[in-house]
Ligand binder design. Structure first.
Ligand SMILES: [Zn+2]
Length: 189
């Protein structure tokens, strides 16, 4: 990430909104914003395939390979930024389920995959697809369900200012597509 360039442009934004970038509170702001963006958009540097390789440590469990043994993890919290307004998406909860095909992913790896995929300029719908695609590759399974619930500050803090608006999106691949019981696994309570 070109942090020097971010600093220059943030300085320009401060000037453009009529601020004095030299006042004490703002003097270090361009550098702070650059460091923050480098951290919160870390996932931009990696493709889904690279994230799958990064967190794709699996354990062989030959006995676990049918829908009775789906792995479910609920309420993974992530933050992301909407690509339309560069606005924070917060209070985001991700439910993930997959049917192992003889291999299981470390549970903490699933949370890390969600976190890294969220650290990009995103759309909530695409985040769900990204997570499903990465889990599918990392766990070597075709069957993944992802449901995300989140608040978008471009909707809650501006525009229609609907403070309590939640957006829920679902992504189903493989066996999840037409299996109501599997879909049920990723539903929010
Ligand atoms: Zn937005």
């Amino acid at each position: 990430m070109d942090t020097k360039k971010i600093e220059e442009h943030v300085l320009g934004i401060l000037e453009a909104i009529g601020e004095d970038p030299n006042r004490e509170g703002l003097r270090e702001t361009p550098a702070r914003v650059a460091r923050m963006l480098e951290e919160v958009l870390e996932g931009t540097a990696y493709s889904n395939h690279e994230i799958a390789e990064m967190f794709g440590k699996t354990f062989t469990e030959e006995s676990i390979k049918d829908s009775e043994n789906a792995v479910v993890i609920k309420d993974i919290t992530v933050f992301s930024y909407c690509e339309h307004h560069l606005a924070l998406m917060y209070d985001m909860h991700v439910n993930v389920a997959y049917v192992p095909h003889g291999r299981v992913l470390g549970l903490s790896k699933i949370a890390r995959i969600c976190d890294m995929a969220a650290k990009r300029l995103q759309l909530q719908e695409r985040l769900g697809r990204d997570i499903a695609e990465i889990i599918s590759e990392a766990a070597g399974t075709t069957d993944v369900g992802v449901m995300i619930r989140g608040c978008h500050s471009c909707m809650t803090a501006r525009g229609i200012k609907n403070v309590s608006a939640n957006t829920v999106t679902a992504t189903y691949i493989g066996a999840f597509r037409d299996n109501a019981e599997l879909k049920q696994l990723v539903k929010f309570d």
